[in-house]
Design a binder for this molecule. Structure first.
Ligand code: C2E
Ligand code: CA
Ligand code: CA
Ligand code: CA
Length: 278
């Protein structure tokens, strides 16, 4: 028994060591990966549920590492947040997304917004408004075509968050709260912050037909958003049944595999090119 316990312990530590080694390997290769163009951006369409038209795309970063292969953002984003490299990745995604959206517009795609995820650390850097202004200017993209997806942690964080948001809002940029309802912030921020859209987290969407409590929460979030005059978008919509539920509750926007997965920019252009009339 003693022997077995010892082996278990060794097994456990070697697995831990592997995880730590992978994590530090990832942390160390982000900078190089950016230099080598290993990062790219995919785009997932977002739809208005009344008109069924595309209203935007969410920019989602992708990393194909030369040795480790494809690494999920769910794995490397938290590591990049810890190391500070999120600032570099974030700026890459922001610039790529703005430029791509302008290129689509120039190519004759019907104009829609691009939503870029902004991590708390990125938002709390001093000059976020400046970084965004420069990215828009360099791309030649009008600010109303940019949306920033912020999480509730941003709101809890700095007192400067509200003035930064007001500044961005005054520029014409749209602001949404990502993963709404998964943080622990008080709802009163909805009154104080200049927010346009609430994004219902995919964990709620996934369970609406399985768990009546999740269904009740989703229903409540939609009604609250409507009462506050905000847009509400459900993410992670995978089935017609989920979509039907959301439409019946008058959710006004949706995104998910039921419509489209995150796509390469060429695919977006192909799908949403305006029909040319003469
Ligand atoms: P998120 O912002 O909540 O993004 C939604 C995630 O759900 C994406 O995963 C997307 O591909 C996935 N998804 C979309 N529709 C469906 C669906 O119908 N079913 C399921 N099961 N999943 C769906 P992804 O691309 O792996 O990104 C994971 C997370 O990594 C994102 O969650 C976001 O927190 C972070 N992330 C991705 N790109 C960026 C970025 O450029 N900057 C920052 N700061 N974070 C990013
Ligand atoms: Ca997001
Ligand atoms: Ca989300
Ligand atoms: Ca999420």
């Amino acid at each position: 028994v003693k022997e077995e316990g010892k082996n278990n312990f060794q097994f456990f530590t070697s697995e831990m060591n592997e995880l730590i080694a992978r994590k530090s390997k990832i942390a160390m290769s982000i900078r190089k990966g950016l230099e080598l163009n290993e990062f790219s951006v995919h785009y997932q369409p977002q739809f208005d549920l009344e008109t069924e038209k595309i209203i935007g795309v969410e920019a989602l970063v992708r990393w194909h590492h030369a040795k480790l292969g494809t690494i999920s953002p769910a794995e490397f984003i938290p590591i990049a947040e810890e190391s500070g490299m999120i600032l570099r990745i974030g700026e890459f995604v922001l610039r790529t997304a703005c430029q791509q959206t302008k290129d689509w517009q120039d190519a004759g795609v019907e104009p829609f917004r691009v939503a870029v995820n902004i991590s708390a650390r990125q938002f709390s850097q001093g000059n976020i408004a400046e970084v965004i202004t420069l990215a828009l200017d360099d791309a030649g993209l009008a600010p109303e075509f940019l949306e920033l997806e912020l999480t509730e942690s941003i709101i809890q964080g700095a007192t400067s968050a509200i003035s930064k948001m007001q500044q961005l809002k005054a520029m014409g940029i749209h602001l949404s709260i990502d993963d709404f309802g998964t943080g622990y912030s008080s709802l009163s921020y909805l009154k104080l912050f200049p927010i346009d859209t609430l994004k219902i987290d995919q964990h709620f969407t996934r369970n609406i037909l399985i768990d009546s409590k999740d269904a009740a929460l989703v229903d409540t979030i939609i009604q609250m958003a409507r009462n506050l005059g905000l847009n509400v978008i459900a993410e992670g919509v995978e089935t017609l049944e989920q979509l039907t539920f959301l439409k019946a509750r008058r959710c006004n926007q949706a995104q998910g595999y039921y419509f489209q997965k995150p796509l390469l920019p060429e695919k977006i252009e192909e799908l949403y090119l305006k029909v040319k009339t003469r």
